[in-house]
Design a protein around this ligand. Structure first.
Ligand SMILES: Cc1cc2nc3c(=O)[nH]c(=O)nc-3n(C[C@H](O)[C@H](O)[C@H](O)COP(=O)(O)OP(=O)(O)OC[C@H]3O[C@@H](n4cnc5c(N)ncnc54)[C@H](O)[C@@H]3O)c2cc1C
Length: 384
């Protein structure tokens, strides 16, 4: 039997795998267990948008959430290169840019508030008139005049979730991370505020430290440790269309819905925000709504083939901020979850700050507002 790991990571989504890679590169012996295949839940289902974050010169004026976004944006480009060098897998990261369009007075007010925040933190952003929208995205020629406010954010990026997760798995394997798909954690053996072992479907697993990264299921695990975590699943559905390459070049965001074009012509149409518990499925009404949204924006989308559709469960905290830090009253227990609509985006910085915590170093971002307790004091909504 192999020696116990320094760290056992519970949940092999993008958060758990990113942390495992980061810790293993720092010399830690790491295990990752997942009750299913690795990276097949929300991390697979996401659209892969990486919104632009503030540059380091602005971080001293930013909230910790904004700092995480800025750090993540920088790290994504670096990880894209390093993951490719290490594994030969291209995660598809590219700064394709994004348009943000407001289709009502209320939406325009909300968008303007967001734009002010972007500009205050140095995020490049340009107001476009209807003609300029059509210049940058000719596919919007018939619909651009319906939007009262339109902004271009050139630095917004995207990556391909399944490829990114595959690259992380391969990179972890190279670092000798002990990956255990198909192993569910049911409980923990706890003595004097310290976890001795995780109780799994195939026996106990001991480790020096334990980190919960089980996405929207983390609340169930935390409850086994006597912690009431205010976290719930919010379902998102996506419909994938297949059409001509180059129809759109940038993400087009209208409120919470979006079109994300892939280079080969696929077009992701997302998404819904549904509070339906742990029910993962696509529904007729949401599919019709998403297809209607796509066709209203880009009329030729109504003639594109529907390749497939899927749904995923976002881990949503009460205030939209992740939980990052130590588990209350557990000396060797940690948590990194609740990233809601921004888990792909924030995965890189999350891994870096959590690595610091687990290695008893001081993280470069103040994580006080991401603790498990006293969260009602902070209310900053998620960016995407
Ligand atoms: C439709 C949709 C679109 C999205 N678009 C974006 C986007 O464009 N950009 C962005 O940044 N984010 C996006 N997100 C959000 C993002 O996908 C999530 O925030 C992120 O994937 C969460 O990652 P995670 O690792 O915490 O959770 P998950 O990927 O859900 O991973 C948790 C893992 O824990 C495992 N697990 C659960 N319970 C146990 C147990 N008891 N024992 C062992 N393992 C267990 C699960 O099997 C799972 O693999 C989107 C999400 C959805 C659904």
């Amino acid at each position: 039997m192999s020696a116990a790991s320094d760290v056992l990571i519970v949940g092999g989504g993008v958060i758990g795998l990113s942390l495992a890679w980061e810790l293993s590169q720092a010399g830690a012996k790491v295990s990752v267990v997942d009750r299913g295949p690795l990276g097949r839940e929300a991390s697979w289902a996401g659209a892969g948008m990486i919104p632009a974050g503030p540059g380091p010169e602005h971080w001293s004026d930013c909230t910790p959430r904004q700092q995480l976004a800025g750090m993540s944006q920088q790290l994504h480009l670096d990880w894209h290169r390093r993951l490719f060098e290490a594994t030969g897998i291209n995660n598809g990261y590219r700064a394709s840019g994004a348009l943000y369009l407001a289709d009502s007075k209320a939406a325009a007010t909300a968008l303007q508030a967001e734009v002010e925040q972007w500009l205050r933190t140095g995020i490049e952003c340009h107001r476009l008139d209807t003609g300029q929208v059509v210049d940058v995205e000719p596919a919007l020629a018939k619909t651009a005049d319906r939007f009262s406010e339109s902004y271009l954010v050139p630095q917004e990026a995207q990556l391909r979730n399944p490829r990114h997760v595959q690259a992380l798995i391969a990179a972890c394997q190279q670092q000798a991370v002990d990956l255990q798909p198909g192993v569910a954690i049911h409980d923990f053996e706890l003595t004097n505020g310290r976890i001795n072992a995780a109780v799994t479907s195939s026996g106990s697993i001991q480790a020096g430290q334990f980190c919960l990264t089980a996405g929207c299921w983390t609340g169930q695990l935390a409850s086994r440790l006597g912690i009431d975590l205010p976290l719930k699943p919010i379902r998102g559905q996506i419909v994938l269309l297949n059409g001509p390459a180059g129809l759109l070049r940038r993400h087009v965001n209208v409120g919470k819905r979006y079109l994300v074009p892939r280079v080969e012509g696929r077009l992701l149409v997302g998404s819904t925000m549904e509070d339906v518990g742990f029910l993962k499925q696509n529904t007729g009404v949401a599919t019709a709504d998403l297809l209607g949204f796509a066709a209203t924006l880009v009329p030729s989308a109504s003639r594109m083939a529907i390749e497939t559709s899927w749904s995923g469960l976002r881990p949503a905290s009460v205030d939209g901020l992740p939980f990052l830090g130590q588990l209350p009253k557990i000396s060797n227990g940690w948590i990194a979850t609740g990233h809601f609509r921004a888990g792909l985006q924030l995965s890189t910085a999350t891994a870096v700050v959590m690595r610091s915590l687990l290695l008893k170093e001081t993280p470069t971002v103040d994580l006080a507002m991401f603790g498990c307790e006293g969260r009602e004091l902070h209310c900053e909504s998620a960016r995407i």
